[in-house]
Design a protein around this ligand. Structure first.
Ligand SMILES: [Ca+2]
Length: 85
């Protein structure tokens, strides 16, 4: 996995890319498969496939899991992540 920066420092995200609410981020019932906060896991509403996100402009968008999710999350609220779990 790459640990290269995603380039968020030079991006200006508008309300259509800023997340307000995301769906079904649950606690894992299985300690062998831990969950990750604000990331699609097997135990979440849509599993590893992704999640629905309410954006700041009022639209709801499907965000596919994996690195697509990491890029979209970082564009919304840069936490300096560079890879998925
Ligand atoms: Ca999760």
């Amino acid at each position: 996995m790459s640990t290269a920066p995603l380039g968020c420092k030079v991006q200006i995200s508008g309300p259509d890319r800023i997340w307000l609410i995301l769906d079904g981020d649950r606690f894992s019932p299985n300690p062998a498969e831990p969950d990750h906060n604000n990331f699609p896991d097997k135990c979440d509403n849509h599993g590893l496939a992704g999640l629905n996100v309410l954006m700041c402009d009022g639209q709801v968008e499907w965000i596919q899991g994996g690195m697509n999710h990491v890029r979209a999350f970082e564009a919304s609220q840069d936490q300096n992540r560079t890879q998925q779990y």
